[in-house]
Design a protein around this ligand. Structure first.
Ligand code: ATP
Ligand code: MG
Length: 400
């Protein structure tokens, strides 16, 4: 498959945004180059919804990148948000699910190498300034603009919300704009499904700055550089791996469960006998190898092939069985996941410590967001009690 056709497939999955996707990918590559040139001047914000444990899609789409960037020293400030308020927009009747997964997500972060000394981990609802910003930004966005958001459209379908969309869910792209701008984030490393959210945020920033004066920072998305990581499919091969779809391999899953899932993964349904030629398109096992494997893995676990291209060629020619490829993928995944699993087990012994990290992080985040909110209110001239000119003006007006 050529590069061009691969990009077209990805954009087809991304709903009607082929031209804008390619433009965004270019901007994302330029952002990465800028980071390397000017280390230390940037602020990162990302987050995850506490709707379940984190899975390998999160890992390749965003988490692995966050840890690399955190350790690169290129960022001045890093904020990582557990988006509980956003999770409630489609889980209003299941607050317990959200509450129980706060700690799971925090443990997954720490297990992957997010370092609380370098990154501020916080809980969204503990920063009420974010909600206030959302309310003001809502005035800058039209209903029809929200209706056009391709990710929200497909999520509405996935959740059978067509006939009864909660208003909060419908407007969550606006609340994401608040999350990003409250921390003056310059850089948002996320999977491809977040592209429409970043576009929405940029529009809000432009509109706000045009109406009220230069106040908000215009953020840039950082997309995964490997195509397979933009939107990792679930083990069923059907759609994006997603907590809500139950097609995940979780970062914290046991060795035996990971192996079971890998061995049951979707491949090429027409590849029945070993000698049959196999297809790579839509073959989830190969997509995962694209996302995870490197030449070192071949040297270690499958030395008869130098790299993935050689393995793919053999599969396409015929004569290579699915079981062999799956066993290799299992080795690759276990190598990546076993240190994560071990670190998680350590942190699980110190839940009080993790709780303190979240509490302290939320306090730091609330201070930063309060500062931005006061700048926003000053720009909108709704800071009546912090603006001595307001009283003067009103006295004069009523005494003319
Ligand atoms: P939910 O089903 O509750 O929406 P989710 O699995 O989609 O959960 P989110 O918390 O919405 O996960 O996403 C968190 C981050 O992980 C985002 O940056 C998103 O782009 C990224 N991400 C999630 N799933 C994938 C995936 N399958 N491939 C690549 N990136 C992903
Ligand atoms: Mg999601």
């Amino acid at each position: 498959m050529t590069d061009d056709t691969q990009e077209q497939q990805i954009t087809a999955a991304g709903n009607e945004m082929s031209a804008s996707f390619l433009a965004a990918k270019k901007r994302s590559d330029a952002t990465l180059a800028k980071l390397e040139e000017n280390p230390g001047k940037f602020t990162m914000l990302t987050g995850d919804r506490p709707t379940g444990k984190l899975h390998v899609g999160h890992y390749v789409g965003s988490l692995r990148r966050r840890v690399e960037l955190q350790n690169s020293g290129e960022f001045d400030k890093i904020y990582i948000m557990i988006a509980d308020a956003q999770a409630l927009t489609d889980n209003a009747e299941h607050p317990e699910k959200v509450r129980q997964n706060i700690m799971n997500v925090a443990l997954d972060y720490l297990a992957c190498g997010i370092d609380p000394e370098k990154s501020t981990i916080f809980i969204q609802s503990m920063v009420p300034e974010l909600t206030e910003l959302t309310f003001y930004y809502m005035n800058l966005v039209t209903v029809s603009r929200l209706q056009r958001n391709p990710t929200v459209k497909s999520e509405i379908q996935m959740r059978n919300f067509e006939a009864s969309i909660p208003v909060g869910f419908f407007t969550y792209p606006i609340s994401q704009a608040s999350d990003i701008t409250a921390f003056k984030a310059t850089t948002v490393p996320v999977g491809e499904d977040q592209l429409p959210m970043l576009e929405q945020t940029k529009e809000i920033v432009h509109k706000f700055n045009a109406v009220y004066g230069e106040t908000l920072v215009d953020p840039e998305i950082l997309l995964p550089s490997n195509k397979a990581c933009l939107r990792l499919p679930g083990i069923d091969g059907k759609a994006k791996m997603s907590k809500s779809l139950g097609n995940c391999i979780y970062l914290s899953e046991s060795e035996a469960d990971v192996k079971k899932k890998v061995m049951s993964m979707f491949t090429d349904p027409d590849h029945i006998r070993i000698e049959d030629p196999g297809k790579l398109e839509g073959n989830t096992v190969f997509t995962y190898l694209d996302a995870f494997s490197n030449e070192g893995h071949f040297a270690e676990y499958l030395p008869e092939y130098a790299n993935l291209d050689e393995l793919k060629d053999h599969y396409k020619r015929g004569g290579l069985g699915d079981v062999k490829v799956k066993k290799f993928l299992n080795n690759v995944l276990q190598e990546e996941l076993s240190p994560i699993r071990a670190r998680r087990a350590e942190y699980e012994k110190n839940i009080e410590g993790v709780y303190e990290i979240l509490k302290k992080g939320s306090e730091v985040a609330a201070e930063t967001a309060a500062q931005t909110l006061s700048e926003v209110k000053a720009a909108m001239k709704i800071n009546y009690f912090d603006d001595p000119a307001f009283l003067e003006e009103q006295i004069q007006k009523f005494n003319e």
